[in-house]
Ligand binder design. Structure first.
Ligand code: GSH
Length: 198
């Protein structure tokens, strides 16, 4: 059975949401990242070399990074559904949005939070404004990033938009606001948040 190493109120909610969408059995193991004196956990330490949650162990597979985990489980257990198959023409656009969170959204959020001077040309994430307008364009045909098809990319991007809302960073945007609402209304997301509350 898959084992998810997680901690409430962290980016681990992405992997939890993803596993809830998937519907495959998994075990949840809490790593209290806020406890600096916590005992080492050999399985977690191997899966997550940086000591960050989420991390996943599935048989011989041990990985960290929320995007890697979401992509892994979607391909491994839900190919053609939560991830377009390798030979599906939609695969390219899917991968673009799968990488958009770690490559563009998160660095742009850091730029915004820290007030770092934007440098659109040389920064890999463009800048905060461009990152947001690109996302809005991507959602124009909606309701999901791949149109009518909900995929793991929506788990990654949707959770990031939800974080923006939580941190009061989400700008006035009907498109992004409605997208966040749609994501938050998914039963699998609700189950993930309920687990966080326990
Ligand atoms: N890029 C990683 C970031 C994971 C991350 O930064 N997790 C934080 C919690 S939100 C963490 O585990 N921090 C504990 C630490 O760095 O010791 C991902 O998306 O999974």
């Amino acid at each position: 059975m898959m084992k998810l190493f997680w901690c409430p109120q962290t980016r681990a909610v992405r992997a939890l949401w993803m596993l809830e969408e998937l519907g495959e059995p998994f075990e949840r193991v809490t790593i209290d990242i806020r406890d600096e004196s916590r005992a080492p956990h050999p399985e977690f330490d191997v899966a997550s070399p940086m000591g960050k949650v989420p991390a996943l162990v599935d048989g011989e597979v041990a990985i960290a990074e929320s995007a890697a985990i979401c992509l892994y489980v979607a391909d491994r257990y839900s190919s053609g559904n939560l991830a377009p198959a390798i030979d599906d023409p939609e695969r390219g656009r899917f991968l673009y949005w799968m990488f958009y969170t770690p490559a563009a959204i998160e660095p742009a959020m850091s730029e915004k939070i820290t007030g770092t001077e934007p440098n659109k040309l040389s920064n890999g994430w463009g800048d905060w404004t461009t990152m947001l307008s690109t996302l809005e364009q991507g959602l124009e045909s909606g309701p999901w990033l791949l149109g009518n098809r909900f995929t793991a990319a929506d788990v990654m991007v949707g959770s990031s938009v939800a974080f923006m809302r939580q941190f009061n960073m989400l700008p006035e945007s009907e498109t992004l606001g409605a997208y966040a609402d749609r994501c938050l209304e998914r039963p699998a997301y609700t189950r993930a948040r309920e687990a966080e509350a326990i």
